[in-house]
Design a protein around this ligand. Sequence first.
Ligand SMILES: NC(=O)c1ccc[n+]([C@@H]2O[C@H](COP(=O)([O-])OP(=O)(O)OC[C@H]3O[C@@H](n4cnc5c(N)ncnc54)[C@H](OP(=O)(O)O)[C@@H]3O)[C@@H](O)[C@H]2O)c1
Length: 324
Amino acid sequence: MGCGNIAAKFASDLRLVDDAVLVACGSRDKHKADAFAERFSAAHAFDSYEALAQSDLVDAVYIATPHSCHYENTMLCLENGKATLCEKAFAVNSRQAKEMIRFAREKKLFLMEALWTKFLPQYRKLQEILQAGTLGDIHAVLVNFGFMPRTPTPARVFDPALAGGTMLDIGIYNVFMAMSVLGRPQSIEACMKPAYSGVDEQCAVLFRYDNGAMAQLFSSFMSQLPIEADICGTKGRIKLTHRFYSLDTAIEYYPDGPESRQAIDVIKDAEGHGYQYEARHVCDCLRKGLAESPVMTHADTLSLMEVLDEIRRKSGIRYAEDRE
Ligand SMILES: NC(=O)c1ccc[n+]([C@@H]2O[C@H](COP(=O)([O-])OP(=O)(O)OC[C@H]3O[C@@H](n4cnc5c(N)ncnc54)[C@H](OP(=O)(O)O)[C@@H]3O)[C@@H](O)[C@H]2O)c1
């Protein structure tokens, strides 16, 4: 649903998933739907999201629209009995997310946030390393994600009506990574620099924990930042190199200072952008008749969304949906 940038990557990766077939795509524009269907060999192209959601040919819908559309699009899919995988950020705020989850539970339908990072082999390896206690006690997590958006800049990047800005778009990965390592913070500080449109063009966040741990997170559409994560413990440091949230990243372990680098091997698919892993997981869940993923649970989504709400509250990132 929504034939844009990420939908194309997802559709391409779906070819690597044995028991999934792209049967249809839905766009607000018939020509766009036709072109997308042809490019990715989908049998049906719908000129509205409603027609896609109502199609009996479709078991599950992947929603790849701007953030502010996720609530309405998800409700449409659920109303029509479809299992639903909705892109991050799952909703504009936790109020919407709660309502989406409540409705999925009422309908006994599968619903998951497409937080693809959590399904990647690198993320799983990181969890193994953390659980093994290799790093000792972890008191610091540093994550940066910033780049200059391409020109012409897609509308959704800065448009407040589409819930644009760095935090829901890329800062969410920083928040997710810090919470994956240290859990939900006890307190949050945040500040942002507004873009011309009022959404955050750059945002700095500090998580604090009762044991003294801290996470420092920086997201930007006005600076070329390293797109890396450092997880720092008493017995060593792990670096997730460029594009830390993606299939491209490498894991480096530094037991003792910058000269001590050890590469950690990760076995991964030779092909694909990485979206095949979350797609395979959705297929597994549907085959088992699950209405909720055991990996990316509803509680995970809500917790992430509530922390994003708090960051936005502290830094003054407001959307129309917050006032409803
Ligand atoms: N998982 C990842 O790695 C990843 C990467 C990038 C983005 N994302 C997420 O994926 C979602 C889409 O991002 P994207 O980069 O694919 O955006 P995009 O290229 O702009 O595509 C979004 C699509 O949404 C549809 N849409 C519906 N209402 C719209 C509106 N009012 N304005 C603009 N488009 C509208 C359009 O499809 P039709 O014209 O066909 O209806 C459009 O092509 C966002 O939630 C984003 O955070 C995830």
